[in-house]
Design a protein around this ligand. Structure first.
Ligand code: AP5
Length: 226
């Protein structure tokens, strides 16, 4: 892990593989994986005020309001383990969230190093969301066809029970994809213009995408060298 802070924003539609890749990268880069969706699901499970508010939006496949999300994620980013950087998954999701993140980082003289955009066709996205199972205990992500657990419905890592997300039901999944194309996809051009977007074919095998991401990280860190 290099000394210079490394902030990576993973962009891609629901089901593109952001969480899968972030979990693999986290182990090798030594920076925390910050998933806004996981943070919200944890709040829902605990029944906190944030969880109760977020559930209304998540169950419908809509975005939680920007002011709420910005506060939650920036608070997390201000924690000591994020001093060397973070792998952001699911945030920012709107131009307003992107501006808030940039402002917060620039106050500390930091910038986003890399925005990998994981591109997957609509047909594949729906197939992935329909077949996704998650560990209730450690949040590890599986797919019944592409990445099945070794033992039936049990997590390989901790033995926890696997479950399907409520918002992966076909109707809500479709709505999430509509919301993504309307509200989040504009960020692709925003980061492309900033010169930090790198497109990845998200239909390759999980390991191959991981290797490509590591190469992109190495390139981004190289660019940062004086
Ligand atoms: P969130 O949890 O962020 O969901 P998402 O962005 O919709 O992304 P997903 O978690 O569905 O997909 P992923 O890209 O991580 O794919 P995964 O790796 O699991 O958000 C949920 C909700 O929270 C939102 O709808 C919103 O309400 C709210 N929210 C969260 N953040 C917010 C924000 N910033 N602002 C406002 N609201 C917010 O992979 C999917 C499946 O495919 C898995 O089964 C996996 O095993 C499989 N797979 C992965 N890669 C491959 C591959 N290469 N080949 C074959 N299969 C693969």
């Amino acid at each position: 892990m290099a000394e210079k802070p490394l902030y990576i924003v993973l962009i891609g539609a629901p089901g593109a593989g952001k969480g899968t890749q972030a979990a693999l990268l986290e182990k090798e880069l030594g920076i925390p994986h910050i998933s806004s969706g996981d943070m919200l699901r944890e709040a829902v499970a605990k029944g906190t005020e944030l969880g109760r508010l977020a559930k209304n939006y998540m169950d419908r496949g809509e975005l939680v309001p920007d002011d709420v999300m910005v506060k939650v994620v920036l608070e997390r980013l201000s924690m000591p383990d994020c001093r060397k950087g973070a792998l952001l998954d699911g945030f920012p999701r709107t131009p307003e969230q992107a501006r808030a993140l940039e402002e917060a980082l620039s106050k500390e003289g930091k910038t986003i190093s890399l925005v990998p955009y994981i591109k997957v066709s609509m047909e594949k996205l729906l197939e992935r969301l329909a077949g996704r199972w998650i560990c209730r205990n450690c949040q590890a992500v599986y797919h019944l066809v592409y990445n099945p657990p070794k033992e039936d419905m049990k997590c390989d890592l901790c033995g926890g029970e696997l479950y399907q997300r409520e918002d992966d039901k076909p109707e809500t999944a479709r709505r999430r994809l509509e919301v993504y194309f309307a509200q989040t996809a504009p960020l692709i051009d925003y980061y492309r213009q900033a010169g930090i977007l790198r497109e990845i074919d998200g239909e390759k095998a999980i390991e191959e995408i991981h290797r490509e991401l590591l190469a992109l990280v190495a390139e981004a860190m190289g660019d940062d060298c004086p």
